[in-house]
Design a protein around this ligand. Structure first.
Ligand code: DAH
Length: 343
């Protein structure tokens, strides 16, 4: 019996040395220390031995049991430490590495300009409204004194959606149709601005895009005069380009206003002496305007004998182009971050 115990211990230790994972260790435990192990059998059979022998073998068996248990615990510790170490090495995280920068978005230069102009005009009491991009022939042309046969239609190379006479639809060529929509729905006093996209059927180049932005303005009340128009537009130009800017205010023709005017500012790049940017004229045209034509008012059921009004339409892209020296309008719509991040 004593010899069996010695062999058993030797066998168990020999096996234990070979083990290199927890799973095998668990089966080792069952095999050598479990309820059905040889050691358990020996302990069980002690009862049948004579008392002297029982004491001796019992003590020895317990010693073996304790020795195996402590070897087991030691081995378990070693295995756990090894596995922790290897997982630490595998998932190594270098906390001294610099973090990845989080890039923050910002407002598109065209939107910035739209917001700036809207703010200036809002402070003068204008309310912001919007009209649809897909417009009826009636609002884009007819109601603005541009009937089918009118040569002014040639001013606007239009993108038609369907052409069935009076019910034709197109992508609006300017923001002016919003004037009519407002006049139909509201009674004077009216003071609105309408920012938005407009579309032209045009080959694109450095100064032309088939889609661009305008802001339309409209003010109607009793006793609105050309002086009010001039003052509003001059204030707008001073706020945008500074108090020192020279402004040219002169006659122009648009079918929906009478009289019509055109506003130009002194060229920001040559200050009037003439350069490539201003086409050697010294001036940059930035907007069209005028006193709302009595026929336009009448068509919207506003009595021109009682009310008068002014309107203006301003292109947006030109302003950041002049300010920042952008020489190609198409850059604004290419979505190239290297360009956009500069603003
Ligand atoms: N709608 C015109 C255009 O796109 C600009 C314009 C001129 C608007 C005169 C107006 C105006 O409101 O009174 O060319």
């Amino acid at each position: 019996m004593a010899k069996r115990l010695v062999d058993l211990r030797a066998e168990a230790v020999e096996e234990l040395v070979k083990i290199n994972n927890i799973k095998d260790l668990d089966s080792w435990k069952i095999r050598f220390l479990g309820k059905k192990s040889k050691l358990a059998q020996i302990l069980h059979s002690l009862a049948k031995l004579p008392i002297e022998e029982r004491r001796e073998v019992g003590a020895q068996a317990n010693k073996v049991k304790m020795a195996l248990e402590s070897s087991l615990a030691e081995k378990r510790n070693t295995l756990q430490e090894a596995s922790l170490l290897s997982s630490l090495q595998q998932d190594k995280l270098d906390v001294t590495l610099p973090g990845r920068p989080v890039s923050s978005g910002h407002i598109h230069p065209i939107t910035q300009t739209l917001e700036e102009i809207s703010d200036i005009l809002r402070n003068m009491g204008f309310q912001i409204v919007e009209g649809p991009d897909v417009e009826w022939d009636y609002y884009n042309f007819e109601a603005l004194n541009i009937p089918q046969w009118h040569p002014a239609r040639d001013m606007f190379a239009s993108l038609w959606i369907d052409t069935s006479g009076k019910d034709s639809r197109l992508l609006r060529t300017h923001t002016s149709p919003t004037q009519i929509r407002v006049m139909e729905k509201t009674r004077p006093p009216i003071r609105v601005i309408a920012p938005g996209r407009v579309y032209r059927y045009e080959a694109t180049d450095a100064t032309h895009e088939s889609m661009f932005y305008q802001i339309e303005g409209l003010a109607i009340d009793k006793n609105v005069t050309m002086a009010n128009l001039k003052d509003t537009l001059f204030e707008l130009c001073y706020s945008l380009f500074g108090k020192e800017i020279r402004i040219r205010f002169r006659c122009d023709y648009f079918p929906f206003v009478e009289p019509g005017v055109e506003v130009a500012i002194e060229c920001l790049s040559c200050h009037g002496s003439g350069c490539r940017i201003c086409n050697y004229s010294g001036w940059l045209e930035i907007l069209g305007a005028g006193m709302v034509h009595p026929d336009v008012l009448r068509r919207a059921n506003i009595n021109p004998d009682i009310y008068s009004g002014f309107a203006f339409g301003l292109g947006i892209e030109r302003i950041p182009m002049l300010r920042y020296g952008v020489d190609d309008i198409r850059l604004f719509y290419r979505n190239d971050l290297r360009f956009l991040q500069q603003f």
